[in-house]
Design a protein around this ligand. Sequence first.
Ligand code: CP
Ligand code: NVA
Length: 300
Amino acid sequence: MSTRHFLTLMDLSPQEHEELVQRAIELKSMHKNGNRHTPLKNKVLGMIFEKSSTRTRVSFEAGMAHFGGHAIFLSPRDTQLGRGETIEDSARVLSRMVDVIMIRTYEHEKIERFAEYSQVPVINALTDLYHPCQLLADMQTYFEHRGTIRGRTVAWIGDGNNMSHSYINAARQYGFELRLGCPEGYDPDANILEAAGDSVRLLRDPAEAATDADLVVTDVWASMGQEEEQQAREQAFANYQVTAELMGHAKDDALFMHCLPAHRGEEVAAEVIDGPWSVAWDEAENRLHAQKALLEFLLS
Ligand code: CP
Ligand code: NVA
């Protein structure tokens, strides 16, 4: 059987997604009950981080420890990857030594090339184009709080960035309607949008996007690698903050999610992320459980 990778949400079937979310919920309860489950004994995860991380690193590393395996943190600062060893050679060598590899990098094409030359599963831990691991946690979190997301309405407010692209793919895989409220010039990738067809709509007015939504989601205005655009982006996104007023357009029992790190007073008001709508802390915790389900799926 050929090696399965997880580079985007489209690498799993809708049924596999559904099973993965249920397994994540199960693993969470097993972990909370002190039930030790060690399916990855003696297995090793290589973690390549070319960008910063708190949640992704800790959740993958802790998840491997829970499962009886081990994780190795690799940064370009102290590996030969950072000194120009090719992606192809790095993939060939590393995949002969470890059982699964997780990569956080800039260009999505790099992770595709790495996967092409890897003998073991490769997991996308964020690229400039997608952040699929985050969506597994988000889908688990929605299910835990409100049941199935199929047929629900989700509002994405702000930048048409990597997270928005993974939300577009999630709309296809999980069967919800997605409304994107993005300022002009910050639209999601046209091809990713087009592939999603009728389940996704691009709007300019954030209030219109949020109207009757079951879930409102946002993310930073300047992603990693866009630090120099911060000021210009603050101006462009000034009317796109998720405030209590904006949440007032959504359904009464609407939830709020943010992949974190958050900037209170920029993309989200403190009263929202720290308020009754927010499930951001469960969402962050679920990175651990959802990725454990993913590791178990890819390695068994
Ligand atoms: N949400 C997320 O991926 O967080 P980190 O950048 O801290 O890993
Ligand atoms: N869009 C953000 C997500 C961080 C988890 C970034 O790429 O920096």
